[in-house]
Design a protein around this ligand. Structure first.
Ligand SMILES: Cc1cc2nc3c(=O)[nH]c(=O)nc-3n(C[C@H](O)[C@H](O)[C@H](O)COP(=O)(O)OP(=O)(O)OC[C@H]3O[C@@H](n4cnc5c(N)ncnc54)[C@H](O)[C@@H]3O)c2cc1C
Length: 370
């Protein structure tokens, strides 16, 4: 691209902070930097027309972990690590609400439910047995019991009668949340350029030379908020994880209200606009879903449709309106990677399936590294 003098001067010269990725982390990083450096030039580079990873693709669960997920986390992390993870998610959700306002993100506290398949006695028994212990463990964070047992799953099919209810789980409208963040960023004089792929960078004494499409320019600090696309940057400590989702047409008299976790969180669904949004089944093809390519596969889509018909809406006619996918960033550990990579280069990546909860906080932590 042969940029004009004006374009070069206003967009690509004297850039103090260049952020790669305009997802929830990139936008929060930029907003935090603006607070600390009111006069700085902040530029976000985004490869998609819209943020093209997970932040505009997700299910909008404002959650901090289902009971079976927290029990599973305790097998891989210490008790204190699990408490810290949950605390960070909870604090991050409060930060998101304070920054944008509940109306802007359409925050709704309908509660969350964990459902158990009829043939999964083991997970249910384990959850029931450990419920008091986990409520106790999380008491320092919530000062109250979070999980309780409920018995009414009559509208579902092939589901055990007992469910675990989380009264503190909520849902948001992902689209309005991201629009609110984008508008806030623009109002704070943060420049956002779309269709810009950062293809390379070279550090020098005073800054970083950044290569995008067919142009190269220099910036003071370079901050990567590229999550599922950060494999190369992190020596494969971040693995891409595609997640496929579908949504039904509006369903008259829909009885389902809340966020639902099913089969140890491998499936998740919620109500939105009288529809059911339903995703999951990555466990059917972990290898195939370890990809940065968007798309749907037969094995997962067929399974989602079957579960929708047999388990979620067994006595209801419905039509599938739309399907899509998003790319998450996963790894061996659930903790995000927020670190300085070299003198002028930083990253805040590997948000897993909890970016709605922790995205705001990770943006702040990334900005605070500078
Ligand atoms: C289907 C699905 C459902 C989910 N459901 C939930 C949920 O209910 N609750 C929850 O808390 N979390 C959920 N998540 C996870 C959550 O969406 C993510 O953790 C969060 O959005 C990550 O935000 P991010 O800003 O780190 O990454 P992203 O939103 O992926 O942003 C990274 C950005 O970097 C850009 N980028 C990458 N490489 C480059 C490059 N070289 N040059 C320029 N730009 C680049 C990408 O285009 C992208 O926009 C879900 C995710 C998916 C996919």
């Amino acid at each position: 691209m042969n940029y004009s003098y004006w374009e070069l001067k206003n967009w690509f010269t004297n850039v103090d902070f260049c952020i790669v990725g305009s997802g929830i982390v990139g936008l929060n990083t930029a907003l935090q930097l603006r607070q600390r450096f009111p006069k700085s030039k902040i530029l976000i580079l985004e490869k998609g027309t819209l943020p093209q990873g997970a932040s505009t693709k997700n299910a909008g669960f404002a959650c901090f972990g289902s009971l079976s997920e927290i029990i599973d986390d305790l097998d891989h992390h210490s008790e204190q690590e699990v408490i810290d993870l949950v605390k960070k998610r909870w604090t991050g959700l409060q930060m998101l609400r304070n920054n944008l306002g509940d109306r802007e993100i359409d925050f709704r506290s309908y509660g969350g439910y964990e459902l158990f398949l009829q043939n999964d006695e083991e997970t249910l028994s384990n959850c029931k047995a450990k419920l008091p212990e986990i409520n106790e463990l999380l008491h320092p964070v919530f000062k109250q019991d979070v999980f309780s047992i409920q018995k009414d799953t009559s509208s579902f099919g092939k589901i055990k009668e007992t469910t675990i209810f989380n009264k503190l789980e909520s849902q948001i409208d992902t689209g309005t949340m991201m629009q609110a963040l984008l508008k806030l960023a623009v109002s704070k004089d943060i420049l956002i350029l779309n269709h810009q792929v950062v293809t390379d960078f070279h550090e020098f004494e005073k800054g970083v030379q950044v290569a995008i499409n067919d142009h190269t320019f220099t910036v003071g600090k370079l901050l990567f908020a590229t999550n599922g696309f950060a494999g190369k940057l992190t020596n494969d400590e971040v693995k891409p994880a595609r997640a496929q989702v579908l949504i039904t047409e509006p369903i008259p008299n829909l009885h389902i209200k809340g966020t639902y976790h099913l089969d140890k969180g491998f499936y998740y669904f919620r109500n939105i606009d009288n529809r059911i949004l339903f995703g999951g089944a990555r466990n059917l093809d972990f290898i195939g879903e370890t990809t940065t390519e968007f798309g749907q596969t037969e094995i997962i889509q067929n399974n989602l449709e079957r579960m929708l018909k047999e388990v979620i809406l067994p006595r209801q006619d419905f039509k599938i309106a739309h399907r899509w996918s998003g790319i998450m960033g996963m790894g061996a550990q659930k903790n995000p990677i927020v670190k300085q990579l070299s003198e002028h280069v930083y990253c805040g990546v590997r948000l897993g399936g909890m970016g709605v909860a922790i995205g705001s906080i990770i943006g702040k932590e990334l900005a605070d590294l500078v």
